[in-house]
Structure formats: structure tokens, C-alpha cells
Design a protein around this ligand. Structure first.
Ligand SMILES: Cc1cc2nc3c(=O)[nH]c(=O)nc-3n(C[C@H](O)[C@H](O)[C@H](O)COP(=O)(O)OP(=O)(O)OC[C@H]3O[C@@H](n4cnc5c(N)ncnc54)[C@H](O)[C@@H]3O)c2cc1C
Length: 437
């Protein structure tokens, strides 16, 4: 019997309005000041600064520019850092924890300012984000966190008690939540396309479908071997994040690519949207395998994302159904909804779950965004460009420190992920049971 597809299309919704495509082929320069590996948000942001400062610079991408995470993501300008304040303080000291928290605010503002001053057309809306609490204990803890955020950084953030939740979200799934108004939503593929437009206009050369195969040091810099030939570059910046391959073996042993999948509903009636997402905010929750979700920029569909433990080119049915069940658990009214899109992309995790700029054997790396690169990748990419130019005063960032630790028995194939995801699922079940006792 012919089975109905779970989602109509298995390509990103975002590609309808901003398709990723190859660029016209460019001759390969013999010499460059800087060769950049990867043309996502990070690589392009760095290339833009370097080109504007008069450097000869080219970015190489193994796929079409943007075809990595930068045109596949949820478009939520979270700028989140996974470890909480207390954990960072314990591991790296309080000064680092304060600096990282403050940098999140600066990096978000940097992105919003870039969008405005460069006239970036990416449907950006600073609508705020609601985070749902699973139980009343979690709510109390989150409410204290919102208060601290407002006090420490002056960010408009506040708690929403269970009784008032319906003004933010049409569900009884949560026991209240918190709102912060410095987070919004944008169209990620449009952001990438616009960044590409501005970077090309500033003099950055971008070679699409041109993987970097190896990077070798020599007397005058580096020999960068690509599928289109070899380039001599004075400096090299690696921005390959969740798509890091054998071209950057040092990084590959330190980053774990983790799949994140997004589903998109069919267009919903306006009165239903108004009930489920009355303020059209970005949404999230605090579970290990929690979901992030949001309205489409035109406010007619719901997008929901979460972990995908599938591997290779396996059938998308099971991970799509897992997300669909999650959507219905939050919004039972959507039980009969049709899904129009389902796709995945790779985020990059490292052992301490912090984004990074670091240098190893004179190669600079800007990477490790742990699923929050809409804010972090443009910011960290820009800081990396200043670092390459030796402008320490502009490069200043709390993320420029030692390389992430390598992962034992790992060289790029994350064989251990399905087991870890199962473990998280169990933790979530226990946490849920405790929260609702
Ligand atoms: C489904 C999903 C949802 C997400 N949702 C959000 C969200 O809502 N908010 C948020 O802040 N973040 C989100 N993220 C994360 C965010 O998209 C990424 O952190 C960000 O796009 C990373 O940008 P980047 O430039 O570092 O890497 P990418 O955009 O992934 O680009 C890396 C590029 O490197 C190239 N490359 C790799 N190896 C080579 C080589 N040897 N030679 C040449 N090129 C190479 C790849 O082809 C790729 O294009 C999400 C990610 C996914 C996948």
C-alpha cells in the first residue's frame, strides 16, 4: 500500500523565498592575503570585514554558499550559551562568566545594528521569546533567572505565571514561563543571501562547490589545496562548524556534528494562529531534547525544531513524526494538521559547549556555535577577522581562548550520538514525571 508522506517536502521552507545556488565560477587567485574555508554566516562575516579593510580574500565552500546550517536554521536570534552562569563560573571563573553573559547582549545588538545599517532584508522582527516551564519548581527557578537578567544586564525580561500564560501561548502544557524581549526572529536564508550580497559588493571572492582538501604550512604562509587548484595564502581562517570534514582534521576531532530537524505546518487559519501564538513570539523550553518553535515571518505557519538522531541518508519519517508528536503535545488543536516541510541540518557541539576563536599552527578557527550561530557566527566571524589583522583592541572577545578539547576515540564519525540522545530522552522523562508529580 502507498503510504502518505509525513511532510510534503523534505527541503527547507526558507529555500522557497531564498534558494541556495552556485555562484558564477571565478578564476582562482594565485596569492591571497586570507583564504577562508566555509561561506556560512561566520566565513562571510569575516570575509566582509577583511575585504573592506583592503585585504585580498576569498572564501571557499564545499557546497553552495549557505547550504550548511546558515540557510536551514530556525532564525531565532537567541545568542544562547548552553552552560548556565553557575557552570561557567565553576569551570572558568566568575570573570569569564560575566564577560560571556555581557557579550551575548553585545553580539545580539551587533547583529540588529548590522541588519539596520546595511539595509539587510531578512524579515527581522524583535518580538521577544517565551520559554515554557515544565513544572512549578522550574517556573520559580526561571522567574529568578529572568529577574537576575534584568538586574545584571538591563534586559527586559520577566516571569509569566501559569494563569496569564494564555496571553503568550495557546497551551496548557507549561506551568508558566518567562519572556525576554531582546530575542526575535528572522528569515535565515534571506539573512545569508543578503550577507553574501554585501560581502561580494565589498570585494570578497566566493568560490562555491570548491572544497578545501588540505592546508599545508610553508615559508610564506600556507598552500591551500582546493578541488579547483592550489592557492598560496598568507593567512587561513576555518569556519566550517557542523560541516567540518577532512579538510580541517584538527577541528574535526574537536567538534561533534549533531542533526537538528525542523518541521513546518501548512498555513493555519488566522484565528487559530491568534489563539496559539497571540504575540507571534519565538518559543522554547528547558528540556535536554526540548523543542524551539516560532511562527513563520508572515505569521501563517508554525515551525518547530528539535534533535534528530537519524544518520546518513535514512528515511526522514521517524524523526519527522517525533517532532510532529511534540508539536501536538504542545498544541493538541493541531492534531490533524498537515506538514508542508521537514528538513535537517548540522549544528556543532564541543566538549565545553562554548563558541570559539582559537589559533593552532597559525591557522585561525571561528566555530563551535552549539546551535546558536544566528547571533554568534556573525559576531565571532567578525572578531576573527580583526584577530587576523592584528587588531587586538577590536578583536576583544571572551571566546578567544584555548582550542576545545579533543574527544577520545573520535575522528569525525559521531557513532556515540544515538546512545547519548537516548540517555537525554530518559532524563527528560524523569524530569517531566518529577515536575508533574
Ligand atoms: C536545523 C537547525 C536549526 C537551527 N536553529 C537556530 C536558531 O534558531 N538560532 C540560532 O542562533 N542558531 C540556529 N542554528 C545554528 C546556526 O544555523 C549555525 O550555528 C550557524 O548557521 C553556523 O554558521 P557557520 O557559518 O559557522 O556554519 P555553516 O553555515 O554550517 O557553514 C559551514 C560551511 O562550511 C563548508 N565547509 C565544510 N568543510 C569545507 C571544506 N573542506 N571546504 C570548503 N567548505 C567547507 C560547508 O559546506 C558549509 O557551507 C540551527 C541550525 C540548524 C541546523
Amino acid at each position: 500500500m502507498h503510504e502518505e508522506k509525513v511532510a510534503d517536502k523534505n527541503t527547507p521552507y526558507w529555500w522557497e523565498a531564498a534558494p541556495v545556488r552556485p555562484l558564477p565560477s571565478q578564476p582562482l587567485a594565485k596569492r591571497l592575503d586570507v583564504a577562508i574555508v566555509g561561506a556560512g554566516y561566520a566565513g562571510l562575516s569575516a570575509g566582509l570585514v577583511l575585504a573592506r579593510e583592503g585585504r585580498s580574500v576569498a572564501a571557499f565552500d564545499a557546497m553552495n554558499p549557505g547550504e550548511g546550517a546558515s540557510s536551514r536554521n530556525g532564525g531565532i536570534t537567541s545568542g544562547s550559551i548552553r552552560p548556565d552562569y553557575a557552570t561557567i563560573t565553576r569551570r572558568f571563573g566568575e570573570a569569564k562568566a560575566i564577560a560571556i553573559e555581557a557579550e551575548g547582549k553585545i553580539a545580539r545588538e551587533f547583529l540588529y545594528d548590522f541588519i539596520e545599517t546595511e539595509g539587510i532584508d531578512c524579515d527581522f522582527q524583535l518580538v521577544g521569546r517565551f520559554m515554557g516551564a515544565l513544572g512549578y519548581d522550574q517556573y520559580e527557578k526561571m522567574a529568578r533567572g529572568a529577574e537576575a537578567l534584568a538586574k545584571r544586564l538591563g534586559i527586559e525580561s520577566y516571569a509569566v505565571p501559569h494563569a496569564e500564560q494564555c496571553n503568550y501561548i495557546g497551551t496548557d502544557f507549561y506551568r508558566g514561563g518567562t519572556v525576554r524581549m531582546d530575542i526575535g526572529g528572522l528569515h535565515p536564508a534571506k539573512l545569508h543571501a543578503e550577507l553574501l550580497r554585501v560581502a561580494l559588493a565589498s570585494g570578497l571572492t566566493v568560490h562555491s562547490r570548491t572544497p578545501v582538501i588540505s592546508i599545508e604550512k610553508d615559508v610564506s604562509g600556507f598552500r591551500v589545496a582546493t578541488s579547483a587548484g592550489t592557492v598560496q595564502a598568507r593567512q587561513v581562517l576555518v569556519c566550517t562548524n557542523g560541516y567540518t570534514d577532512g579538510g580541517a582534521p584538527f577541528l574535526r576531532r574537536r567538534l561533534v556534528p549533531v542533526r537538528s530537524r525542523i518541521i513546518v505546518t501548512e498555513e493555519l487559519p488566522p484565528e487559530l494562529m491568534a489563539r496559539l501564538m497571540p504575540k507571534l513570539m519565538m518559543m522554547g523550553e528547558n528540556r535536554e531534547l526540548g523543542f524551539y518553535y516560532r511562527p513563520s515571518p508572515n505569521g501563517r505557519r508554525i515551525l518547530l525544531g528539535g534533535r534528530d538522531s537519524s544518520r546518513g541518508n535514512s528515511d526522514p519519517t521517524a524523526p519527522t513524526l517525533r517532532l510532529r508528536n511534540g508539536l501536538i503535545e504542545i498544541f493538541p488543536e493541531l492534531e490533524k494538521v498537515r506538514l508542508s516541510y521537514s528538513w535537517f541540518g548540522n549544528v556543532a557541539m564541543n566538549r565545553d559547549m562554548l563558541p570559539r576563536i582559537f589559533e593552532k599552527d597559525d591557522i585561525v578557527y571561528a566555530t563551535g556555535f552549539c546551535g546558536s550561530g544566528v547571533v554568534w557566527a556573525p559576531w565571532v566571524g567578525t572578531r576573527a577577522a580583526y584577530k587576523l589583522m592584528g587588531r587586538a583592541q577590536d578583536a576583544g572577545t571572551a571566546f578567544d581562548f584555548r582550542p576545545p578539547a579533543s574527544i577520545p576515540f573520535y575522528s569525525g564519525d559521531p557513532w556515540f550520538l544515538p546512545a547519548i540522545i537516548k540517555g537525554y530522552a530518559l532524563q527528560d522523562k524523569i524530569a517531566w514525571w518529577r515536575a508533574r508529580r
